[in-house]
Design a protein around this ligand. Structure first.
Ligand code: FES
Length: 544
């Protein structure tokens, strides 16, 4: 089984039973902020686009590139479609011209003429743009898991299918935290450091749980070619940068005793059948990765080559004809009326300042108590965003229903908040359509109604087994220190004395000292947690 790297999360997997192209992304994403790194625009995409199957894991723009799919991927390809709650991904792919779809039940293996495939879908409002997924496949001889950006709470569903030979996993940041926060540089540095350590640690847990023969670090990092975002590139010897590149991560893995990682440049060919699975690179990786200087020089050349694409688009973002306040009022007010759980979770206002030095700012308050949108007038709010008026005008003009998948991931904004991270804020901004909003509301309602009853003993505490965030198994993902439980899946924390979530509003943990009953639950005896407990404590709240 041959795996060819095509940049970022994209690979071509070739087997005797057919080939699969995953997540091809070439064009700049998120208001021209993100580019694939290293550059993959020079690849022979018409050749790679002749795959038998196409897998697009989710709708984030660094995984779903409609322009590229339209131009370079054969419409004869059969799409392996995740079982998502909405039809948005299928609709978007149909618009690109694809007509052949296979939609396996999530978590079940289907056989496609000798190629066994399982697509595992995650469907909570916080998974990608309402849905993220992983692809497992086997040609009968080798097994590959492309986990991508998805964070399944456990990997046993894949492990039970037999030893994995090739494991593709995201290791670098794909978020705006902590860079956009209006905080002192030292505080941001500490948060970035913690975030970077945590994203590496998480992959290690996955790698050790899966025990794959070879690991392919993928799905990042992007690079930032716009001068105003240049500082996000990991070329400044800054260990708090959340976008470390593949070689940094592979070196780190080696230090943890893991030699199985393989570097995929765009065009690198590996074959699981070849002893040791050596990389056959299209060029010497040291051309890029030898030092910060070589990487900077590479990025500067890439900037000269590719930034004109963004400059051309930038001229179209302002829409002076749009009345920002009126448009947001008309758009958001009906959604606010239906957003009971989200409004309860935010319980206040979000101030959105749309800045324009020439035309004047538009300062908007989205009030989740009154369920209204109105001009901001000197009120206290816990959450504030500032961005350019042109970006908001473009979001309005395009009726972009997912501002996470556009404005927020662009990192072209700044944020302030009082108190902990509040996931309801971002769920609202990614659910700006009735369909998405209702799905999210239903999901939250179900969560509240169906309280998990199982509890486990972790050290001196009895706690609910499933993480209140996204249901990770706390027997495997929890660490406890000084009366605080941290779930290593996303780094959220709870104070065990009263179960209060220290990371986000709501999401309290049901817990009690061992031997005492946990309210609303029947204790279940459970074996001690894995060896890692207590070794990966984090100290900051996070936005992913
Ligand atoms: S599942 Fe996200 S922190 Fe536990």
């Amino acid at each position: 089984m041959r795996i060819t790297g095509l940049g970022h999360a994209s690979v071509l997997i070739e087997t005797a039973a057919g080939s699969v192209l995953t997540d091809p992304w070439v064009n700049p994403a998120y208001f021209g902020s993100w580019f694939p790194f290293p550059d993959n625009s020079q690849l022979d995409w018409d050749r790679f686009g002749q795959a038998d199957y196409l897998f697009v894991s989710h709708l984030h723009r660094d995984h779903f590139d409609p322009e590229h799919l339209r131009k370079h991927v054969s419409k004869k390809a059969t799409v392996l479609l995740p079982e998502f709650p909405t039809t948005e991904l299928e609709d978007a792919l149909r618009e690109c011209g694809f007509t052949s779809f296979v939609k396996p039940v999530s978590g079940e293996v289907v056989s496609l003429d000798g190629l066994d495939v399982m697509v595992h879908a995650l469907t909570s409002p916080t998974d990608g743009p309402i849905g993220d997924s992983s692809l497992w496949l086997s040609d009968g001889r080798y097994r590959v898991l492309n986990q991508n950006d998805a964070r399944p709470s456990e990997l046993s569903i894949f492990r039970e299918l037999g030893p994995v030979d090739g494991y593709l996993v995201q290791f670098s940041g794909a978020i705006w935290f902590p860079m956009v926060y209006e905080l002192p540089a030292r505080a941001k540095q500490a948060m970035g450091l913690s975030k970077r350590e945590r994203q590496f640690d998480r992959t290690l847990r996955y790698i050790e749980e899966l025990g794959a023969s070879y690991v392919f670090p993928t799905a990042g990092p992007p690079c930032f070619l716009d001068e105003e975002l240049w500082g996000f590139n990991d070329v400044f010897d800054d260990e708090s940068n959340i976008f470390p590149d593949q070689t940094v991560y592979i070196d780190w893995l080696r230090k943890q005793g893991h030699e199985e990682a393989r570097l995929l440049l765009p065009g690198t060919v590996t074959d699981l059948a070849e002893p040791g699975c050596p990389e056959h690179h299209p060029y010497d990786p040291s051309v890029i990765y030898a030092s910060n200087e070589t990487k900077t020089a590479y990025l500067r050349k890439m900037q000269a080559r590719r930034m004109p694409e963004v400059e051309a688009a930038r001229a179209t973002w302002a829409h002076p004809e749009v009345d920002v306040l009126a448009a947001l009022t008309e758009w958001f007010t009906p959604l606010l009326a239906e957003a009971d759980h989200i409004a309860g979770g935010i319980d206040g206002g979000i101030r959105l300042t749309c800045e324009d030095a020439d035309r004047g700012d538009v300062d908007v308050l989205i009030d989740f108590v009154e369920r209204s949108v109105r001009p901001y007038v000197d009120e206290k709010v816990r959450y504030r965003f500032r961005t350019r008026r042109a970006y908001v005008e473009q979001l309005i003009a395009e009726h972009e229903i997912d501002w996470v998948n556009s404005l927020f991931l662009s990192c072209r904004f700044s944020a302030q908040r009082i108190g902990p991270y509040n996931e309801f804020v971002y769920v609202f901004f990614k659910c700006l359509s009735e369909e998405r909003l209702n799905y999210a509301e239903g999901w939250f309602a179900e969560q509240n109604a169906a309280e998990a009853s199982e509890t486990v003993t972790l050290g001196e505490w009895e706690v609910q087994r499933r993480c209140p965030h996204l249901k990770a198994d706390l027997t495997r993902f929890a660490s406890i220190e000084d009366g605080v439980l941290t779930c290593q899946m996303h780094g959220w924390k709870w104070r065990l004395a009263d179960g209060k979530c220290l990371t986000s509003v709501g999401h309290d943990l049901r817990c009690a000292p061992a031997g005492q009953p946990v309210p609303g639950a029947e204790p279940v005896v459970h074996s001690p947690a894995d060896d890692h407990r207590g070794q990966h404590e984090m100290s900051e709240s996070i936005d992913d």
